[in-house]
Design a protein around this ligand. Structure first.
Ligand SMILES: *Cc1c(COP(=O)(O)O)cnc(C)c1O
Length: 392
């Protein structure tokens, strides 16, 4: 996509936006559905506002493309989906505070459970309200984050199962190393999980839907798909690790764009931004301003290290990234160097691509993650902070 084509997406009141390609999102959902047996359900992780992509719009598009259930991290995220009219099953991926129970029941949100205290309170309130508290049992098979320990699974269920206000709709665990091929710890987690499921069955307890695979698990471990897969990052078109790249083709969903608000030719020696960490080294360097900053998720640690695309050409970001704006340099003198691609001066209003494709060039979330020493998940979450999302 070229700069001019995307101008129509620019909001009226701010020359900066996030573009969400719902066609790519639906294609990714279908790609994951195609990896699953027809009977296996797809639970889409839309926590953290769908990894920064906008949970309500994404959940609707995902459902249209074949998703069955949704997972959120907080009660408030679940409530947001319900208020938007989303009626499909929603799992909250933690055991929230006891004070959240009425909200869970009012909005038909399933908590993850791993303590008897929470289970009893949920059951009590459910009975008082004439409802049933549906939940998923979380098992900690080795990530040491949430869940009941494998040896305590049957005991916990025996303790709470008398309660008529409770219904176990699922049993799950989460892998710490699903992206590492042939990993010993992964095998350890998966065998602990299957033993816990077998123990529940031997005790005659209904475990509901069994699920454990996240994105890398779903791609690399079809033998563990069970009743449902919980997929997040892959739906947004990004790979959790290099190990899944050769196995499945995905289309990135998020782009970040802006328009140049000012462009000038400062004299040689003039500085740019707080601390003047960049100084104009030669004549004919144009300095352009872009209205996106670290409060929009463009991490300040990228200052003087990242590129942006303008008119299909990579140019260098210069000076410290501010809270709401950053600057980049265009070396218009490069026209005189015969072999180097001509860099035309930019103009106020030109489209700048911070994340995504312009012409033949792409800046990926993976490139940005490497520069930030983090993972693509954090890159897209961060861009969800403040920029207006435009669904295309
Ligand atoms: C976030 C999350 C997922 C999805 O993980 P991806 O790596 O994005 O696929 C699945 N399960 C749990 C418990 C999670 O917290």
């Amino acid at each position: 996509m070229s700069g001019r084509d995307v101008l129509k997406n620019c909001p009226l009141d701010r020359w900066a936006w996030v573009e969400i390609d719902l066609g790519a999102l639906r294609a990714n959902v279908r790609t994951f559905k195609a990896l699953l047996e027809p009977r296996t359900k797809l639970m889409c992780a839309v926590k953290a506002d769908a990894y920064g992509h906008g949970a309500v719009e994404c959940a609707k598009a995902m459902y249209a493309a074949g998703a069955n259930q949704f997972a959120v991290a907080t009660v408030a995220e679940g409530v947001e989906l319900r208020r938007a009219g989303i009626s499909w099953p929603i799992l909250v991926l933690c055991e929230p505070p006891l004070d959240a129970i009425d909200t869970l029941l009012a909005h038909d949100l399933m908590p993850s459970i791993y303590t008897s205290d929470f289970a009893f309170s949920l059951g009590e309130r459910a009975v008082a309200l004439g409802k049933v508290g549906r939940y998923h049992l979380a098992i900690d098979t080795g990530m040491t984050r949430i869940g009941v320990l494998p040896d305590d699974v049957v005991e916990l269920r025996h303790l709470i199962d008398f309660h008529r206000g409770l219904e176990c709709a699922g049993t799950f665990t989460h892998f710490a190393t699903a992206d590492v091929i042939g990993d010993w710890d992964f095998k350890q987690q998966s065998s602990r999980f299957s033993r816990a499921i077998a123990a529940l069955e031997a005790a005659g307890l209904d475990h509901g839907l069994v699920h454990c695979d996240n994105t890398p698990g779903t791609v690399l471990h079809p033998e563990l798909h069970n009743d449902m897969c919980r997929v997040g990052i892959g739906l947004y078109g990004l790979h959790p690790s290099a190990t899944t790249e050769p196995r499945v083709a995905l289309r990135p969903v998020m782009s970040v764009r802006a328009r140049v608000t000012r462009a000038i030719y400062p004299a040689v020696g003039e500085g740019v931004g707080y601390g003047l960490t960049y100084r104009v080294p030669t004549p004919n360097i144009q300095i352009a301003t872009v209205p996106i900053g670290y409060a929009d998720g463009l991490a300040r640690v990228l200052s003087n290290h990242m590129d942006v695309l303008v008119n299909g050409v990579r140019v260098r970001q210069v000076g410290r990234i501010c809270m709401d704006q950053f600057m980049f340099a265009v070396d218009t003198s490069r026209r005189s160097l015969g072999s180097v691609k001509t860099v035309a001066p930019v103009e106020c209003g030109d489209v700048v691509t911070i994340l995504g494709t312009d012409g033949g060039q792409t800046i990926s979330a993976d490139e940005m993650a490497r520069l930030r020493d983090t993972i693509n998940y954090e890159v897209t979450c961060d861009f969800g902070m403040r920029l207006e999302k435009v669904y295309v």
